[in-house]
Design a protein around this ligand. Sequence first.
Ligand code: HEC
Length: 113
Amino acid sequence: MQKLIIALVLGAVSLSASAADVKRGEELAKKYNCASCHGADYNKPIDPSYPKLAGQHADYIAHALMAYKRGGDKANGRSNPIMAGFAKPLTNQDMQDIGAYLHSLPSQLVVSK
Ligand code: HEC
């Protein structure tokens, strides 16, 4: 029984260690100056073809960043020369943290009905 409890506690600790960190995501977004294109509050992109990111689903953002890193010539990859450059240095943890941060921001995204 004691071993089981220890195993459960260790499991919980390792899960929390890999959970997304909003604060770290904010620092990364500042470091790479993502807002310089995606706009103030991530709601006012500098060009209509640049997506709004505030409030977007965290897993979608992490998935999109991974796809840019992978590149358009790979399965499930995205090709965009601008974003490829920004996604390249990011680790999986960075992508999760950035996704959590952007998701936490007030959103203007809508679902049309
Ligand atoms: C120089 C301008 C620029 C900068 C800086 C920039 N982006 Fe982008 N981003 C773009 C453009 C343009 C697109 C649309 C690319 C496409 O059509 O696939 C995009 C797309 C994205 C997408 C896909 C959104 C969607 O709805 O599919 C995500 C996520 C993203 N950027 C995150 C970031 C993050 C995080 C950073 C900072 C690390 C960043 N961007 C920095 C220009 C930029």
